[in-house]
Each structure stands twice: as C-alpha cells, then as structure tokens.
Design a protein around this ligand. Structure first.
Ligand SMILES: [Zn+2]
Length: 257
C-alpha cells in the first residue's frame, strides 16, 4: 500500500471515529478523572499555546490560559491555519471570508481570557497540515525562541484529527530541538474515546481543576466562535454541537505529557 493510500485509510478511520455519535459528557463526569489523575502544576515562565485551527487552544487549554494570565505568566498563541475548511467546499472568496471571520473570532475569544499578545497566524492549509509539518515546526520554533518559552502546549498527537496530530508533531519536534517541554491537550479524544480507553496514555495525563472565574472566562471565549457554533447552512449542523461543547466546559482541563 502506498503512503498516499495509507494516509487515505488513516483519514477515513479518523473521519469515521469523529462522525460517530461520540461519548456523552455524563460518562466522563462519572469517571471523576480529577480524583484519579495527578494535578497539573502550571509553569511560571512564558507559555506558547499552539492551535491547528482558531478555537483549538481555547477548547483544550483556555481555562489554563486564563489561570496563567491571572498568575502573571506571559501566554503566546500560534494558530497554524485559519480554519478555512470548516464549512466544506467553498469558493476561494468564501474561504477567504471564513478565514477572516475565524481570525476575528479568535482575537475576540483571546480577549475574553485576558491580556495577551495577538496570535501568530501561520496561514498554513486547513486539512493539509500533515503535508506542511516541517513548516509548522519552523514557525513554532521561531515563536518558542522569540519569547523564551518555558513550555509549549499543542494539540495531542493522538487526537485522530490529521491537522491536530500534525500540529502536535510539529510542536513536539520544535520543542525537542530546544529542550523545551511540550504538553498536549486533547480535543476530539473526548468525543471518540471512553474513560480509560486503552488508546489514550492515561499514565501521562494530568488535570488542572479550574476556578469558577477561569471557567467562566473560558465559556465566554468559547461563545465567540460563532462560525463553529451555528449551523452551516443547507441543513448542515454546527462543527461544535452542544454535546461537544459540553466536553470543553467541564470544571477541569487535561494535558498529556
Ligand atoms: Zn481543530
């Protein structure tokens, strides 16, 4: 099987996992992860949070970002694509409009979390990041160097979404080049996995319980991603229906190291 065919099969399997109905948040609540996993200690130094699409960083790590900002840490963000493919096949101008809308949503969302610099937009290709991993690695590396990052945080390399996994691999490589620790946040894993699913390295997972204030700011930030929360027209539902948002408005966040 050629590598292209392998990639096609992997993408189809991932798409099937994401298209499936998904795990109800009640199952995750019942698992009481914060009682069973170590708690995360946030770093004091600058933190660089990487996203494949505008919203990943808030979905996976927005509460922690609010907590870091409250503690006086500098938080920088790198958004590798503009998420221009979230509404299926669009004309070139339609993709440009969606990209601009999503950049605006991200700026507004980050404003809800606190005061942080404007995101670095790498402008790579939505749904094509796995073919641009070396570019992602270079952009992330430049930002890590520029801010003297203590930790880099990125989408989880096992998330079963090709862009998320490529973003995670790019961050992992950039971190390794500089001996900067890289933490990973899951996004779609909460949808396709079950508590203690053997496909997830739970032994490397830790949780950050969120204060009510951090949790409220994360919710306010999430509400800014209206392009992902509204139906996409012609009867197509939102990218992030309420049952997905439920995974990201719980009282804690999780990273894999
Ligand atoms: Zn994403």
């Amino acid at each position: 099987m050629s590598s292209l065919e392998t990639m096609g099969a992997a993408r189809r399997a991932a798409a099937a996992a994401i298209d499936a109905q998904g795990t109800d948040e009640a199952e995750w609540v019942a698992a009481q992860l914060p009682d069973h996993l170590p708690h995360l200690v946030l770093p004091e130094g600058p933190v660089v949070v990487v996203a494949a699409h505008p919203d990943d960083e808030v979905l996976g790590f927005g509460g922690a970002m609010a907590a870091l900002l409250d503690a006086g840490a500098a938080v920088h963000t790198v958004c590798l694509t503009d998420g221009e493919a979230s509404h299926g096949t669009l004309s070139a101008s339609g993709r440009e409009r969606l990209a601009a809308r999503r950049r605006g949503e991200l700026a507004a969302a980050l404003g809800e979390l606190g005061e942080l610099p404007a995101p670095v937009h790498a402008g790579l290709t939505d749904t094509g990041l796995d073919e641009q991993e070396s570019w992602a690695r270079a952009v992330i590396g430049e930002v890590l160097d520029a801010v003297g990052a203590a930790v880099c945080v990125a989408p989880w390399v096992g998330d079963l979404h090709s862009d998320h996994e490529a973003a995670g691999r790019g961050a992992r490589a950039a971190g390794r080049d500089r001996s900067t620790p890289v933490w990973f946040y899951p996004v779609w894993m909460w949808h396709w996995a079950r508590p203690y699913d053997p496909r997830v390295p739970w032994e490397r997972a830790s949780v950050l319980p969120l204060t009510e204030a951090a949790s409220d700011r994360k919710k306010a930030a999430l509400a800014r991603f209206t392009s992902q929360l509204e139906g996409r027209g012609s009867g197509v539902g939102p990218v992030l229906p309420a049952r997905e948002i439920a995974h990201h408005t719980r009282t804690f966040e999780t990273v894999i190291r």
